[in-house]
Design a protein around this ligand. Sequence first.
Ligand code: N01
Length: 541
Amino acid sequence: MGDAEDNAVDVEVLVIGAGVTGLYQLYRAREDGFSTVLLEAGDGVGGTWYWNRYPEARFDSESYTYAYVFSKELFNEWEWSELFAGQPEIERYFQRFVEMFDLAPLIRFGTKVTSVEWCAEDSTWTVSAADGRRWRARFVVAATGMLSAPYFPDVVGRDDFTGASHHTGLWPAEGVDVTGKRVAVIGTGSSGVQVIPPIAAEAAELVVYQRTPNWCTPLNNQALSAERQQELRDDFEHIRQTLNTSATGFMVPPPERLSSEDSPEERQAFYETMWNSPGFAKLLSNYKDLLSDATINREWCDFIAAKVRAIVADPATADRLIPTDHRYGEKRPPFVTGYYEVFNEPNVSLVSLEETPITAITATGIETTDGHREFDVIVWATGFDYGTGQLRRLGVRGVDGVRLEDHWADGPLTHLGVQSSGFPNFFFPGGPHGASANVPRYNTDQADYIADLLVAMREQGLDVVEVPSDLEASFTAMIDQLSRHVPFTKISYFFGSNIPGKPVKNLLNPGGRPMLFTFIDDLRNEGYASLKLSSSKDAES
Ligand code: N01
């Protein structure tokens, strides 16, 4: 690589982001013998589990299905205390991973990347941080996360509020004291419905500002006993095999029955079993035709609605908590613990923003068309600029200075959800056209693909990989084509529709893991011939 007269540090593989994907990519790069460094804006590891440290932030994938499974030693050593672990335990897990594999010397914390610029002369990327440090990297892997650019609605007066104001995705490390305070939570997605019960338990008054409700069902968390821990260890090879190969990346058994195989009474009993099952089982182990048969989906929704009405004492509040704009599975369903129950507490009330929209945030509170209320704390549980949010803000400038955000002006264009044309040697596992599966499983599939590709190139004496534009076009067209048949509808943030002005395009790969595996296998078998591989020495000569 070129001279370091500009004080840039030379490195072969530069990873951005110390979340589940970036840490694994760093590990692979080091194991594969590349010089490598990881730049992280925060002061600790965990990515989404570093930033989302609000009370009761926790997994809704079973803990051991989210964890790394490449290392039996780590799997055996780590004891998850709960089926769905909470944020502090998850953060500790990633710290232990870094410690066990001695990755800390390779991580630069407090390093906010501000630009990533391609230099055609020597086929390297110059990566700059906010404090002026620079690196010159052969390969850049931007593992910046899909839920990492917090979204604040553009509400009049948002900055005028003089009390404490926090987004769930940027929760302060020192916590937020809500004891005896008047608190507003805006937003009732997965984050909102997790943070509402613990706040309700501490606050003098909690007002939940809900735009539209979700189909929430119980998480059904439980402690993992010593016996269960041992069973998991004994079952490691099976767990690893299933998590590495299954379509969903979960251990949850797939659906067994069509709804038509059961009588109406049997279906109600089955729904009760589903209601009492852990996490995503309600989606993944439900009737085979749950998402394809509108009548059955309605029946399951009616079952949930009846549960809500049985839990929530005030019928008008219960009605407001029951969705009317989407069926089950058309948006990513949240899983809850004691959520509906809090609306029976005297200090908790619900405001429907469909009935009385917010008109302004003031210095002292929130004004809706129904009047003004004063608060000490406002919690913004208003979600994220999914998939492309962080990548579009990274200052990526490819061949001829083309900006990634311009290349994606009408929606992301990708190959395998890991590369874009005109951005050689730039990868974004966990970015757009990514996981419709258990996220760490899908993202580490992509990280392995990238790592294997770099090794294969090195073996051939090559070090530059570009995606031909026709390959990117055909992959993106296939995503758009398959998107006509997905359960998630355009009101889901998976289509970007929660962000004003964002192109409404599917940000997931509807073909999921099976399709990803097929593409990767084909590329591997053909020696990556569909990609444009070359040597940086050719560019220099
Ligand atoms: O974000 P969301 P999230 N005025 O976009 C509302 C993962 N996650 O942070 O539905 C008022 O789902 C918006 O209303 P509406 C998980 O993948 C996992 O909660 O658009 N309200 C909605 O209620 C999840 O899906 C866990 O009508 C406004 C909320 O804000 C993803 O993160 C836990 C508004 C945003 O909900 C995102 O969840 C937490 C406005 N202008 C999160 N704009 C686990 O358990 C938006 N809203 C692992």
